[in-house]
Design a protein. Structure first.
Length: 283
């Protein structure tokens, strides 16, 4: 839900759960349903919570000189400074679990937050999509999804463009946002968005305060249909596609796991994440 004041609206999810699709759809809706360039859909709409550039610029500090714990402790101040400059709420992407620093400072502070949209996807489909995205086996993807405190961009050599991000296990990520978000989240299941994109987009728009009408919703749905997004990627590529993946926008099918996972693989996912899956209606 929206707080009614300008701030950051967090579009949060575990990896490969529809975050990019939702950002594109909301960007189109904010533009009245206009077509969206997947490689340039604009300003704050393309911001990620762990941007090293934003951290260094807003705090006037070199994150390379800080320890990982010091960086985490400073993150909330970055978002407060962002929120203080906003004339309208900004959509920011995050795959991080909703947690706190070692000293207890919330990573996503309520006083900088205008809303939260949490996107969830059946973890069995996530495993299939993550394996393709990361160029790894499905078994490796399933193992990563079960790793407590799973962290990305934590390289000790070189300087990644993004700060370290504690994503956590799939169920850890889900429960962190459902139980500890800085404001009550709008929970969107990927499968429901695939089934009735217009209805879900309308619910999200109403919840975070984006003006919309039936025509704009329909236009935004058409502008960000998977066939349209795939065609753009085929023609111009997509900057967010990792090198290991043959393409970013695949079929987007819900339930593909039934044809791709072995009984043992699906059983392991259900064993690892059964409680969170039940909360979301996946088992």
């Amino acid at each position: 839900m929206s707080s009614g004041r300008p701030g950051i609206i967090w579009l949060a999810s575990y990896l490969k759960s529809g975050n990019t699709w939702m950002r594109l759809a909301l960007a189109s809706l904010r533009a009245g349903g206009q077509a969206v360039d997947i490689n340039r859909f604009g300003g704050d709409e393309d911001t990620i919570s762990a941007s090293r550039r934003h951290f260094d610029t807003l705090l006037d500090i070199d994150s390379a000189d800080l320890t990982a714990s010091e960086i985490v402790e400073c993150r909330a101040e970055v978002y407060r400074r962002v929120a203080a400059t906003l004339r309208e709420s900004a959509l920011w992407k995050t795959h991080e679990a909703c947690g706190a620093s070692p000293l207890g400072t919330p990573l996503f502070p309520a006083d900088a937050t205008a809303g939260v949209v949490y996107l969830a996807r059946d973890p069995r489909d996530v495993a299939v999509s993550l394996a393709n995205h990361a160029g790894r086996t499905i078994d490796a993807a399933i193992a990563a999804m079960a790793e407590p405190g799973y962290t990305v961009s934590a390289a000790t050599t070189g300087l990644p463009l993004q700060l370290p991000q504690r994503i956590g296990a799939w169920s850890e990520n889900v429960e962190s946002w459902l139980d500890h978000a800085p404001c009550p989240p709008i929970v969107v299941r990927y499968e429901d968005m695939r089934h009735d994109t217009a209805a879900v987009l309308q619910r999200v728009a109403d919840g975070i305060g984006i003006p919309s009408d039936t025509d704009a919703i329909a236009a935004a749905v058409a502008a960000t249909a998977f066939d349209t997004l795939r065609a753009q990627e085929d023609q111009a590529g997509f900057a967010e596609r990792p090198q290991a993946a043959p393409r970013f926008f695949l079929s987007g099918t819900a339930g593909a796991w039934r044809d791709r996972l072995s009984p043992a693989q699906s059983a392991r996912i259900e064993r690892d994440h059964g409680t969170a899956m039940a909360r979301l209606g996946y088992c």
